[in-house]
Every structure is written in structure tokens, then in C-alpha cells.
Design a protein around this ligand. Structure first.
Ligand code: ASP
Length: 341
């Protein structure tokens, strides 16, 4: 009553409006660009490839876990501070491309001619925009080249010397092709005479890198980068740069990054198939990803796995090999880092 006497009815209405505005401002987070973020969960998942590895190499396992942990931490920090899903995907994958532990960038496997040919792709779940490069040999960070194709060209997919030239013209760092050829890999290539069929190696390890992210604005993004398959035919393109096979993101369903025997992932449109099962079949990310990796792919003879994240930040990482390097963290939860089952 005292308030009413002092300010009148009009004053009370203004006061209530002001209080309401203040409290809802407090509920909303603002990211670094000053854009209001919805109070949705945010999350990141990364993988460092799937394949066959017998347990017992504790030192080796610890090294992988340490690297996965560092990259996950970095990505989570960026995400927490309001970076977009696309930026987080690109920045994390650049780190992984710079790490010789993984089959991407400087750690890439060699093709049958003893050379490195790199593939990468990225997809924006908010607008279904995508960019990809394949067979690049001089672009230091293929994932950034893929991002440039998406953001600064009218195309989706560039290959070979054209892709390298495009990234050079956009100011991306260029290196000599030998930069990617590690001495240890060249040695192994010489010893094993890689002209024989890749499938002959029962202990094949993949090692492609991938990242899926849900940001504070509720947007999903996915990216994948790889040297492809060890001893591959020169010119061969795997699933990693193929949108819908190795990478897919759609805010309405999920973000997916795959790793494994690429030919099978292409034939089965694996990344898109997970999203499509969710969209048209109404199933969860867990059911969709399991059905594709443990059912469809396995029946076809395709080995590998994937990381998938839905629009609520639920994460599922099935694989039908003996292991997959993977790590994830959802807002408000602890980080998880795993290699085996
Ligand atoms: N999927 C990749 C390819 O076929 C290989 C991998 O995941 O390690 O090129």
C-alpha cells in the first residue's frame, strides 16, 4: 500500500516490468560475442580412431588418454566460454592434426606410393552447410581448409591440388608434402612394401580424428580429419570428407563423426543414416547409432565406429572393433576418456 501511495498504479507496473527484465537477464548466459545463449546443455565428444589393439601397453594407452584429455579440456573450455560449435570442432581438430599420435595432419599414414594425402570435412547443423577437401598435400590444417570451403566458396567439396591452391589463396598455412611424412612411417612403408592389399593386415588400426559439439546456442556441428587408410591406392577418397558418410550434423537430430573402413561407411551413408533413423524413425541417438554400427555396418562387413551427439547433448560412441579412442564431456558432468569397451 505504501508503494502504491508513493508511485501510483503506473509506477507499480513499471517496477514489476523492471524486476522481471532483471531476473530473466540473470537466467541467460552471454557468450563472448555478446550473443545471448539459451540455457541449454552443451557438450563435446572427440575420437582418435577405431581399430584393433590388444590390451597391455599401459604406457601407450596412458599417452593416448593424456592427449585425448588435453584436447577435450581445451574444447570444453572454449565451449564454456561461448565459442560456437563450428569453432570448437575446427580448433580441436587442428590440435589433433598437429599431434603425430593420430592419423591426421602430421601423424597421417602413407598411401601405396609412400605419400600423404589428407581428407577432412566439417558440417554446420544449424544451416546444413558443409565443406570438405580430399587428397590435399600441402595444406597444414585440412580441417580449416574444409571450413573455408564451407564459409568462403559456393562449393561443398574440393579435391587435390585445387583444394591446396584454394586454401593457399585464403591464407592457410602451406608446407612441403614431405612435412607430413614421418620418418618412422616411411621406414615402415619401405619395410612392408605397401603395394599389397590393405585388408591383409588383421591388426589394422585406424586413427582418424573427429569431433562433435553442441554449443550454448543449441547448435550442433561435426568434423572429421584423416590421412585415410594405411597403404591406400593414391587418389583414393574415404568416407571422412564425404558428407553423410563420415560426417553429418543437423540441429533437428544429431551430429556424427565416423572412423573405420571408409568404403563401407560410404556405401551405407553411415553418418546420415544415424540422423535419418532419428528423424524419420523417431528413435534415440543411442538406438540409431547402435543399429547402424552394430547391425547394418557389421552385417555388411564394415569395421569401425562413430561418435554421435543429439540436440540435448546426449552422447553415444558405438564401435564394432576392439577399441576406439574417445572422450566426451557434457556440461555439469565429469569428463570421460575411454579406449576399450
Ligand atoms: N575412415 C577413414 C578412411 O576410410 C579411415 C579411418 O577412420 O581411420 O579413410
Amino acid at each position: 500500500m505504501w508503494v502504491l501511495r508513493k508511485v501510483g498504479w503506473f509506477g507499480v507496473v513499471v517496477l514489476v516490468c523492471l524486476l522481471h527484465a532483471c531476473s530473466s537477464e540473470g537466467d541467460r548466459a552471454r557468450d563472448e560475442d555478446g550473443v545471448e545463449a539459451k540455457s541449454v546443455p552443451y557438450a563435446i565428444a572427440i575420437h582418435g580412431g577405431a581399430g584393433y589393439r590388444s590390451k597391455g601397453d599401459e604406457k601407450g594407452d596412458a599417452l593416448y588418454m593424456q592427449r585425448l584429455n588435453a584436447i577435450l579440456d581445451y574444447g570444453y573450455y572454449l565451449l564454456e566460454n561461448g565459442k560456437s560449435a563450428l569453432d570448437v570442432v575446427e580448433m580441436c581438430l587442428r590440435q589433433m592434426e598437429d599431434d603425430s599420435l593420430f592419423n591426421a595432419g602430421v601423424g597421417a599414414v602413407l598411401n601405396a606410393s609412400g605419400e600423404v594425402e589428407l581428407d577432412a570435412s566439417i558440417m554446420d547443423g544449424a544451416h546444413l552447410k558443409a565443406g570438405a577437401v580430399s587428397g590435399v598435400r600441402t595444406t597444414r590444417h585440412p580441417i580449416s581448409a574444409a571450413r573455408f570451403v564451407m564459409d568462403s566458396s559456393v562449393h561443398v567439396f574440393l579435391s587435390g591440388s585445387g583444394a591446396d591452391r584454394f586454401s593457399a589463396e585464403h591464407g592457410l598455412e602451406q608446407v612441403a608434402p614431405e612435412f607430413f611424412v614421418l620418418r618412422s612411417k616411411k621406414q615402415r612403408w619401405l619395410e612392408r612394401n605397401k603395394q599389397q592389399a590393405y585388408a591383409a593386415d588383421p591388426n589394422r588400426k585406424f586413427g582418424t580424428v573427429g569431433c562433435v559439439v553442441l554449443d550454448k546456442r543449441g547448435h550442433l556441428a561435426a568434423g572429421t580429419s584423416t590421412g585415410g587408410m594405411d597403404g591406400k591406392q593414391w587418389g583414393r577418397i574415404g568416407d571422412s570428407p564425404v558428407i553423410g558418410a563420415g560426417t553429418y550434423a543437423d540441429d533437428r537430430t544429431c551430429a556424427v563423426s565416423c572412423t573405420g573402413h571408409g568404403e563401407y561407411f560410404i556405401r551405407n551413408a553411415v553418418a546420415y543414416q544415424v540422423a535419418a533413423r532419428m528423424q524419420f524413425g523417431g528413435v534415440s541417438v543411442v538406438e540409431a547409432a547402435d543399429t547402424v554400427v552394430m547391425g547394418v555396418l557389421k552385417r555388411a562387413g564394415g569395421v569401425g565406429g562413430l561418435i554421435a551427439m543429439d540436440k540435448e547433448g546426449n552422447i553415444h560412441c558405438p564401435f564394432n572393433t576392439s577399441m576406439m579412442f574417445r572422450a566426451w564431456r557434457k556440461s555439469g558432468e565429469e569428463a570421460v576418456i575411454r579406449i576399450y569397451e
